[in-house]
Structure formats: structure tokens, C-alpha cells
Write a protein that binds this ligand. Structure first.
Ligand SMILES: [Fe+2]
Length: 267
């Protein structure tokens, strides 16, 4: 089986013709399904774009959401919309809610959106202000209250997803398969958060990485050395490939307005 991996495709930035051309490229790979590690579009058009993808591609699409998918929206509203949408399509899976998916006899697929948790780098002294705290209603409200209220909210979101990922991992490893593929938007280790080939600076790392997801992944990998873990993510738009024994993290390269197929994942 072959799966086309996409990340940070930001389809709201391109017109209908360019989107259809991109869908056709995906179909032309002959893949059996699509994996998307977040930043598909923005909240107001996310449902329409996912419906459009399903119509053109007509293969199973497994996805998690990125921070941009919540832009111009409110987190619970987006969650509700995804829950309703995936009920309408039997081949569309929002992994954050659908739980573990068996791709074949040896491979499980799981995923959680994931959020940057401010725990790597230097949040206190960072002068970075990400658009997230302007464009996502829930984060905007906290940012108005202060930098530490924002951090608390980021960690609350990141930790909730990490707990769900831990639960899914536990269920997947209990079935003793050979391989687990994990989709999550935010890279889990600083070594995977690159900018121009180097690890991102301490001012950006708090917003580019999820330490809590990294902790969950490394624990699962160390406790299950017989299983191969492949983690596919995005967010930084900078390619990275990091390997810790049986745990491989791949981060996709992305440019706004030029959606790409990252690679074909063979299962
Ligand atoms: Fe992105």
C-alpha cells in the first residue's frame, strides 16, 4: 500500500484551478490513500476544502489539524465541524477523534493535532509573537490577559493532545504490530525544528515544538524497541529527519502557495 504524505498545504492561499491541479497530482501517484499532518487551510473554509479533496481524490484521507486550521475560528467550533464532517464521509478520518487505524496486518496509524507548548527554548525572553495569538479566538483571549496566561493555554492544549496520543499509543503497542505511524503537526524535539538547516533559535523554539509530545513518543519507543515508530509532522515548513533508534521523526518542507506531495510512504 502506498500513502501520499502532505503537510502544510495551506490550500486557502491558492485558487480552484491550482487546487484541482494539485489533487490531480495526488491521484496520478496511484496512491491508496493520503496522510496530512496539518495546516490544510483555515477554519472558515476547512470543511469546504476537505469536501473538495474527498470529491476529487476519492481515496481514504487521514489527517490531523495544524494551528492554521483554527485561524479565524474557535477551537471547539472547529472540532465540532470536523466531528460532523467525518461522520458524512466513510473515507475521511480526523485521527484526533477517530483513534487508531489499522493500515495493514503490521501497521497502525494514529495522530493528534498537537500544539507548541513553550517548554523548549526560552519563552520568558522570547520576543516572538505568533499570529496564532491574533488569529485563534481562544489564544487571543489569553494573550490579552498576558504572556503567561497565553503560555498556560498553549500548554493546556498541548498536554491534552499528548494525553490522547499516549492513550492511542498504548492501545496500538498492545497489539504488538511492527510499525506505528504517527501524524502530528508540531515537531516534538528541538532537533526536528530546523530553520535554514540549523536548530531554531531559543526565541522561536517555544512556538515551534511540543516537548510534551516528544516525551510521550520517546517513552513509547524506548518501552517497545521491537516496534518501528515513524512520526510525520510539519509546522516549521523546514525539512528535518531525526532518528533515535526505533523512532524516526520527519518534518516536511513547505512553501505557501506551492502545495507539494512530501513523499510516498510505503506500508
Ligand atoms: Fe504551516
Amino acid at each position: 500500500m502506498q500513502y501520499a504524505w502532505l503537510t502544510d498545504i495551506h490550500l486557502n492561499f491558492i485558487d480552484d484551478v491550482a487546487r484541482q491541479k494539485f489533487y490531480q497530482e495526488i491521484v496520478n501517484t496511484g496512491c491508496d490513500g493520503v496522510l496530512i499532518s496539518g495546516d490544510i487551510a483555515e477554519a472558515p473554509c476547512l470543511v469546504d476544502i476537505l469536501n473538495e479533496m474527498m470529491r476529487y481524490i476519492d481515496k481514504p484521507i487521514y489527517f490531523v489539524l495544524g494551528n492554521h486550521d483554527y485561524y479565524r475560528g474557535q477551537i471547539q467550533e472547529v472540532h465540532d465541524a470536523m466531528t460532523a464532517l467525518t461522520k458524512e464521509h466513510d473515507k475521511l478520518f480526523w485521527l484526533s477523534a477517530s483513534g487508531i487505524q489499522k493500515l495493514d496486518n503490521n501497521t497502525f496509524l494514529i495522530g493528534q493535532d498537537g500544539w507548541a507548548d513553550g517548554r523548549l527554548g526560552d519563552y520568558q525572553n522570547s520576543r516572538v509573537v505568533l499570529n496564532d495569538s491574533r488569529m485563534i479566538a481562544d489564544l487571543f483571549q489569553e494573550k490579552i490577559l498576558g504572556k503567561y496566561q497565553l503560555l498556560e493555554k498553549m500548554q493546556q492544549l498541548a498536554d491534552a493532545d499528548a494525553i490522547k496520543l499516549q492513550k492511542d499509543l498504548k492501545q496500538a503497542v498492545s497489539q504488538a504490530l511492527k510499525k506505528i505511524i504517527v501524524l502530528t503537526h508540531v515537531p516534538p524535539f528541538k532537533e526536528a525544528c530546523l530553520h535554514e538547516g540549523k536548530i531554531s533559535g531559543d526565541d522561536w523554539l517555544p512556538y515551534f515544538s511540543s516537548k510534551v509530545i516528544g516525551d510521550v513518543l520517546i517513552t513509547a519507543a524506548q518501552q517497545n524497541p521491537q516496534i518501528e515508530f515513524l512520526v510525520l509532522c510539519g509546522h516549521t515548513h523546514s525539512e528535518a529527519n531525526v532518528c533515535y533508534d526505533n523512532l524516526v521523526i520527519e518534518v516536511g518542507k513547505a512553501d505557501y502557495c506551492r502545495p507539494e506531495i512530501q513523499k510516498i510512504i510505503l506500508v
